[in-house]
Design a protein around this ligand. Structure first.
Ligand code: GDD
Ligand code: MN
Length: 380
């Protein structure tokens, strides 16, 4: 017996191929620990999609046996199913979707969740609407026509959902106003209008990424009722919420300016340990103010390094820890050597007030330090 393609497991990744080359639709489904949803999902997709024209692509970042269960279910499934398991979940949900788009061969690519909150019966309806209206993108919307968010488990989640939608529309004013549900995880995009290379997704909001970076021409919408999760738990979390704000900032200001903004916030936060240490050393312990100020500066530089290294440049730690730390501390102290003469020039030469002069040296040093950080310490 020739093993069915569903049983072939490629090294590292899992592949199930053997699909006719011209396909009408590829359904891309990101999965993270969805073992108990796969059976029902494939069953309902099979009921509404013709086998010869369809492929199903799972992009999996699971830590459980979801990919194995997909392969098992695929054996009884008339639709060709492919699973790509990623060892590094780069970009999270959005990264998985983009990976799936790269492999998709259908003229339409439909993106949906695995937990049946998106009714599988919507897949042919989205494509039919797009074909009928000549659209590049068709969004499944909860916020227009007969759409609803009934499946959002509680009032808190409903508030987060509508709040983030309003915030997004404020940030992007005109360009997104024509889409009622830019946060939807259910949409169909015409493959010929898609530019996957432009997409740099960051977490859950992959449709937003596509709207902002690919600027699709004609956009259609089909309302649907967001369902209750079939089994398992949602992966949205507080950390995912923070990631969404970062994603919004990157889309709005660009990646480098967003890092500069974050660096500024971290720098400002460093004032707290700095002042606290200065107060403890100079006032409580009675140390002379010059060494106290230098020690306080060191503590603040340590604080800034910890936050910068763990939050801001987590993905660009190409140098060793000691290499990064040494350079960062050299910069933090060089800053002191630079600011004090500049301060003297501004106060004694230009006759500025001490506070104003100090502020100028802080801003100047901030810009210089950011450029060194972004160009020298953390290589691109
Ligand atoms: N591969 C991969 N990697 N898949 C992921 C990851 C990840 O890091 N995180 C989540 N997923 C998968 C889940 O397994 C599920 O199939 C789908 O992405 C959605 O995840 P949920 O955890 O169920 O998200 P949600 O229900 O809170 O939010 C969904 O609905 C919102 C409203 O439509 C998402 O689609 C949101 O993007 C959407 O805004
Ligand atoms: Mn869900």
């Amino acid at each position: 017996v020739i093993p069915s393609p569903a049983r072939i497991r490629l090294t590292g990744q899992i592949g199930v191929l053997q699909v006719p080359t011209a396909l009408k639709q590829s359904v891309v489904i990101p999965t993270f620990n969805e073992r108990d949803n796969i059976g029902a999902l494939l069953e309902r997709l099979t009921a509404v999609l013709p086998a010869g024209e369809t492929e199903i692509i799972f992009v999996d970042d699971s830590t459980d046996d979801t990919p194995d269960l997909i392969l098992q279910a695929a054996m009884d499934c008339p639709l060709p199913v492919t699973v790509y398991h990623r060892d590094h979940a780069t970009g999270g949900l959005g990264g998985a979707v983009v990976e799936g788009m790269r492999h998709a061969r259908g003229s339409w690519i439909v993106v949906m969740d695995a937990d049946l909150q998106h009714p599988p019966e919507m897949v042919p309806r989205l494509i039919a609407a797009g074909t009928r209206d000549g659209a590049d993108l068709v969004v499944g919307t909860r916020y227009a026509g007969g759409g609803s968010t009934d499946g959002l488990s509680d009032g808190y989640r409903r508030l987060v959902s509508s709040g983030s939608t309003v915030l997004t529309k404020l940030v992007f004013r005109n360009s997104l106003l024509r889409v009622s549900d830019p946060m939807s995880g259910l949409f169909a995009v015409r493959a010929s209008s898609l530019d996957v290379g432009e997409l740099r997704p960051e977490g859950f909001k992959v449709l937003l990424e596509l709207l902002v970076r690919n600027r699709p021409g004609r956009i259609g919408e089909v309302p649907y009722a967001f369902q209750q999760r079939h089994a398992g738990e949602s992966k949205s979390s507080f950390a995912e919420g923070a990631r969404f704000l970062k994603h919004l900032a990157i889309l709005r200001f660009g990646a480098q300016r967003t890092r500069m903004l974050a660096f500024a916030l971290i720098g400002v936060s460093g004032l707290i340990p700095n002042q606290l240490a200065l107060w403890l050393l100079a006032h409580v312990a009675g140390v002379h103010y010059v060494p106290a100020a230098i020690a306080a500066n060191l503590i603040a530089v340590g604080w800034n390094f910890a936050l910068t290294d763990s939050l801001l440049y987590r993905n660009r730690r190409h140098r060793s820890l000691s290499g990064r730390m040494t350079r960062f501390f050299v910069m933090g102290n060089a800053d002191l050597l630079l600011r004090i003469p500049l301060l003297a020039v501004l106060v004694d030469g230009v006759h500025l007030g001490v506070l104003v002069a100090n502020l100028i040296t802080l801003v100047a040093s901030f810009v210089v330090r950011f450029l060194i950080l972004d160009r020298v310490i953390y290589l691109n």
